[in-house]
Design a protein around this ligand. Sequence first.
Ligand SMILES: [Fe+2]
Ligand SMILES: [Fe+2]
Length: 275
Amino acid sequence: MSGPTLAEMAVEVLSTADGRDKTALSRAHAATWTAARTAGRNIPLGHATPPPLPARPDRPELLDPREVPRRRPGSEKGRIAMLHAVAHIELNAVDLHWDIIARFTDTPMPMGFYDDWVKSADEESKHFNLICDCLEEMGSHYGALPAHAGMWRAAEDTAHDLMGRLAVVPMVLEARGLDVTPGMIAIFERAGATRAVDAMQVIYAEEVHHVAYGSKWFHFLCGRHDVDPKEVFHDLVRRYFHGALKPPFNEEKRAEAGLPPDFYWPLADNATTRG
Ligand SMILES: [Fe+2]
Ligand SMILES: [Fe+2]
């Protein structure tokens, strides 16, 4: 049997533009990988070069973040804009998880590293589809509004540095998702938007694991190189992440994901506001 290697599967997802097509392929490849692992066979990792930028659909139009219109959460329009922004983040996350799989195959890692990111990519694909379903139920769709350009910047900045990638993507950007999601769920609860609430509850529960996988493999690599995880985390975030981290932090969920306060508080906007 000689199907594609894992790296080839990842590049295939990254090279697919349409969101529904990308996520369908992502879920199919994840199922193939997981079925093989469960049966005790390993699909070879292989090597394949991920594109510098993942393929994206013609719509949404991508704008500089400063030009993306502000969303007012009190209105239906505002809630659609918010869900549209979430769909954009989820689609980007699908690509980020496949990119980490394909980009760093020269660094030997245990199989569990690939299991974790394949599972995460599968979950992001589900998240994108759940949010698209909500948008469509509300008479909109992914691509109907402009979205942030520059979401791939963290990936470009850390394309040659696996520890930097882990520090910035799961441990900073995805951890930020844990901070803001409860407030978004409350907005949709107040509006009685059950479907969106349910979708965001799924996202909230599963994102904790993505942050945890980041922390786990970051600590693993620190152990391999015999360096202090907290100091290295601070160095890498200062090098690759543009701007300070924004409190309030979801300290409970961050703790659950293996991110202790002394990792993120020293990088916060105003370290003196710690409560
Ligand atoms: Fe997600
Ligand atoms: Fe995630």
